[in-house]
Design a protein around this ligand. Sequence first.
Ligand code: 2BA
Length: 108
Amino acid sequence: MKLLITIVQDQDVPKLLEKLTEKNIGATKLASTGGFLRVGNTTVLIGVDDEKVDGVLEIIKETCEKRDQFHAAPVSPFGRGGVLPRPTKVVVGGATVFIVEIERFEKI
Ligand code: 2BA
């Protein structure tokens, strides 16, 4: 069994959860925040048998989009005479997935 720790953009969550539920795949949604942009994203925990991992990755690919976001570096109080940093574009998503081996799984 594997646990897919899946970080996605909030906008993609309803569709992702709908598709997983259609296939009877259990998921847990957690609110999270990206360390770089410091904006909210969603972490979805998905526990599945090994043979279902590729199918779940397909669903994630189908439902999670790449999007452009802008990153403005924090303004330093010791900054250079009021010059504001230019926001830089970063491409976020589709999804960041960590696939972890599950040693034991119990539902009690
Ligand atoms: P954030 O950390 O807010 O990162 C958002 C996007 O900013 C990233 O998109 C990437 O395009 C860019 N980015 C991140 N760190 C950067 C850096 N040091 N320099 C330049 N650009 C940078 P994604 O790669 O699609 O990541 C989306 C979210 O997935 C991340 O949000 C974070 O919450 C999570 N994530 C990505 N890689 C991770 C990792 N190695 N460990 C834990 N979480 C990760």
